[in-house]
Design a protein around this ligand. Sequence first.
Ligand SMILES: [Ca+2]
Length: 155
Amino acid sequence: MNEIFFHERVKKFYIWIKRMSRSHQLQISPDALWHHLAVTWENVNGSYEIFVDGKFRERGEDLAKGTLIIPEGNVVLGNDKDSHVPAGFEARDAFVGNISRVNVWDYVLPRETIELLSQRCGLENGNTVGWRDFKNGSFNGEAFIREPSSCQRVE
Ligand SMILES: [Ca+2]
């Protein structure tokens, strides 16, 4: 089972915590520019917020209130793992594009921090999942690492 899962489909953005989900009418522009996505969630009230390019966009409450995220799992970028498929992944669900700087923190970052992170191509590393850790992971399908990323070249 997925502990935390985000995806976008038909201009809707979905947040899943375990088997509970919320969706919002939200699309990250499919243009040639980099966009910054941040999602916060806390389990006391189950409140969450979605930020695109550092700007607050949507919020909600009572999503998986009281739920604990089980540690030591796997992090998957660019697809979703299904139990009904032998290999776990389906090509039709694959993300097409570039992904950079995926980080997870075990606390809710302040809005000001999210805004700052969205404005630069930094070297921050989440305290739970850090972008640096992905380079040691396994890659499936047509996945390539580009270094430095085009994000870093902008600076
Ligand atoms: Ca799938």
